[in-house]
Each structure stands twice: as C-alpha cells, then as structure tokens.
Design a protein around this ligand. Structure first.
Ligand code: SF4
Length: 417
C-alpha cells in the first residue's frame, strides 16, 4: 500500500522532500514548488515537515505565559490590512494608556503566571522617542523580573528617527531601560512591490532588515514573522523565507518564525482592494510545513498563531512542522479588530490539554525558549490562575439541576450571641 502512496507523488516534490529530510538546503524555487503542493504531494509535505520537526525539536510543544499590552490604538500609518488603528481625532474606541493603566495590566498578568509582556502600539504622531523608553522604565521599576518583548521595527523606525541618535545607540538605550526582545512584526511580505499596496507609508524592506540586523548586532534578539493569504503569490513567500534564512545565517538573532494568516473581515485590503479572504486550511498548513523544511537547521522554532488559525487548525499545524503554540496573550485586540473570532486568551491549562490531545508533551518556556517546566504527568499540573468563570445555567432542567447540586453549600453564619 505504501508503494502506491509514494508512487502517487510528483517526482520533483518527492526529490525536494527527500533532500530536505537529508539536510539539503531547499532553494527558493524549491520552496515555491512545495507551496503549490496539492493532493498526495500536500500530504507528503505535511508528513515530511512533521518528521523534520520531530528530528529538530522532539515531541515537546512549548508555549509562553504572556500578556499583550497595546498602549495606544492611535496611528497615522494607514496600513490597508489593519482594523485596529484609530485616528487621533476619532471620538470613539480611542485609547492612549497611562503608565498606571499599563502597570495595572502587568500586575494582572503576573497574578496569572505571566513571565512576559508584549508591548506594541499604533504610531501616535505626538509621541517622542522618549515615550518608548519611559514605558520600559516604568514597568521595570515595579516588575524588574518581567521580560519585556516590545516595539515592532515600524515603531523602532518612528522612534529612532525622532531620537537623532545612531540606530544601534537608540536600540541600546532601550535595552538599558529594560527591553528584553523585539517582535519581528511589521514584516508582512518583505517585498516592496507588495508592501506598496499593503502599506505604502510603512517602512520598506531594507529598513526592516537594517533595524533587525542592528538589534541582533547589539544582542537584542527578535522573532521573525510573515503575513500571507492576501495579494502575495508563492514566489513572494519563498523569497521572504529566503531573506529570513539569510539574516539568520548572518546573525543567529531570530528566536522563532511565526507565520500569520491574513484576517480579512474588517479592513480595506479585502473589502476595497480585492485581496483574497485569508489563507485556506491547506495554505496555512503548507506555509507552516515549508517554513520548517526551508529554515532548518538555522531556525528551528516554528510557531503556530492560534489567534489566526484557531485551536483545532493550530493542533493540525503542530502535526505539520510547528513546535510552539505561542503565547497565552490574555488580551488580544489586533486580530480581533480585523475580524478574528478565535478569542483573546488561551490559558496555560488549555494549551496543555490541546497539546496532550495530539500525543505531545507540554512545556512552558521563557521568551528565549528556556524550559520553565515540562508537564509530563497531568496529575501534577498546577492549579489554574485564571479568574473563575460563572457557569451559564440557562440550559435544560435535566442538566441544570446536577450543576446546582454540585455547587458548594453556602457557609452557615454563626448565631448571634
Ligand atoms: S498595522 Fe500598525 S502601523 Fe499599520 S495602521 Fe495598524 S497600528 Fe498602524
């Protein structure tokens, strides 16, 4: 039977997959071919990427307990795929958080077990380069052990230009104030023809690369991302992967690669500019699988975005080359504002359940992929730190009664003396 399966593969796809598993570097043309794999070729791609993942990372699936904090949604950049940004003169839904509000969110995050906060915001025209540093200093003054993962290359570009400093000097100034790592967001597709349609006012490819390399040059590590499923073609995804691999060979500074599927419901890119309505299920899995095969052995952490894919497709992606489930997030608004309905928070206990359901072992990690705890035995899992949720009792009587019965009896008050 297996001979029948392998003989159903296209010879070139079979050669590419065998080469990648033997450790041969995939070319951009090879990646482009695999990004178009369908039918049995698609299934073989999933299997090969899963095998590569097992060889590269074993059967652990990691996650990080973290909280997103968006400090403002005021932004003048005007990216066509964004449903999050507001104009500073908008009357509704506008926020610009004070240090006290940010510290309140940090406190809540720590009480729920977070080791990281991820701080990003819109490009508010009135903010200075000092604003970015002051947030770091305010957080570190109260929570010195909290890892701060903050400021996309777009934010760094804006703040650096205001600073008048050398780029490395500005980045070091932020590190000295407490910056731990940097999100490699604002990458979208690293091709200026595509960027000019997606976000003509945003930093160009060369500047993204310059900022990332400068960060890695001072020891400030970052993630790497891609946004796919809109107007790009397979050749753009392949070229993007090629650029990420070249940077990683040079600097070794990327901690992980995070494919982000385009969320289309509430933005101009789909509704006015005619982009595709996000990736299909196959496209999501192909991008994960090709990322695994293309980036090995230079970048071995391939992350699933559960916010974009949802939990079940996320589980599937973990069986198609990915090894990391990302962060708990606690408060996600950027994808939600564009129309994602996969929730804002995945508690650690839910990650552990989802990971065990696919026969793998959950591991809580730091931002830099150091193991905090491996959860081999579910019986030894810690209690949840999540706020207790009220059970909705508006169901039929036959199951409402047992739930009410199971509730603890109210404690009797002592009689008055
Ligand atoms: S993606 Fe970021 S930079 Fe672009 S409009 Fe939205 S908030 Fe602004």
């Amino acid at each position: 039977m297996f001979d029948q399966l392998t003989s159903a593969l296209s010879p070139d796809v079979r050669g590419l997959l065998e080469g990648a598993l033997e450790g041969k570097e995939l070319t951009a043309a090879g990646a482009q071919r695999l990004l178009g794999a369908t039918g049995m070729d698609f299934h073989a791609l999933m299997g090969a990427a899963d095998l590569a993942r097992q060889r590269d990372c074993g059967d652990d699936v990691s996650y990080v307990v973290c909280r997103n904090i968006n400090f403002t949604n005021i932004c003048y950049v005007g990216c066509s795929f964004c449903g999050f940004a507001r104009h500073k003169d908008d009357k509704e839904d506008v926020f610009d958080r004070s240090h006290d509000e940010i510290l309140g969110k940090c406190k809540d995050a720590i009480e729920r077990g977070a080791t990281e906060i991820c701080i990003q915001g819109g490009i508010h025209p009135n903010k200075t380069h000092e604003h970015y540093r002051n947030i770091l200093k305010a957080v570190k003054a109260v929570y010195p052990d909290l890892h701060i993962h903050a400021y996309s290359p777009e934010e760094m570009d804006f703040a650096h230009k205001k600073s008048g400093m050398e780029l490395s000097e500005y980045l070091q100034w932020l590190v000295d104030a407490g910056l731990g790592t940097m999100p490699g967001t604002a990458a979208e597709i690293l091709d200026d023809e595509i960027r000019d349609i997606l976000a003509p006012n945003k930093l160009k490819t060369d500047r993204w690369v310059e900022i990332i390399k400068a960060a890695h040059g001072i020891g400030l590590r970052s993630t790497a991302t891609i946004m796919y499923g809109h107007i790009e073609k397979a050749q753009h995804v392949a070229a993007h992967l090629d650029l990420i691999r070249e940077i990683q060979k040079e600097t070794g500074g990327f901690t992980e690669f995070v494919p982000l599927g385009f969320i289309h419901e509430r933005n101009l890119l789909f509704n006015l500019l005619g982009a595709r309505p996000g990736p299909s299920m196959e496209e999501d899995l192909r991008v994960i699988a090709v990322s695994r095969l293309f980036l090995r052995p230079h970048l071995t952490n391939i992350q699933v975005s559960w916010v974009k894919m949802g939990h079940k497709l996320g589980q599937m992606a973990l069986c198609a080359g990915a090894n990391d489930f990302g962060g708990t997030l606690m408060e996600e608004s950027i994808s939600r504002e564009s129309g994602s309905d996969h929730g804002e928070n995945t508690p650690p206990e839910e990650f552990r359940r989802l990971i065990r359901e696919i026969g793998r072992t959950p591991v809580e990690r730091t931002t830099l992929y150091e193991t905090i705890q491996r959860f081999e035995d579910p019986a030894l899992d810690p209690p949840s730190f999540e706020p207790v949720k009220e059970v909705d009792l508006a169901g039929p009587t036959r199951w409402r009664k047992p739930i009410e019965k199971a509730k603890p009896a109210p404690v009797a008050e002592a009689p008055a003396a």
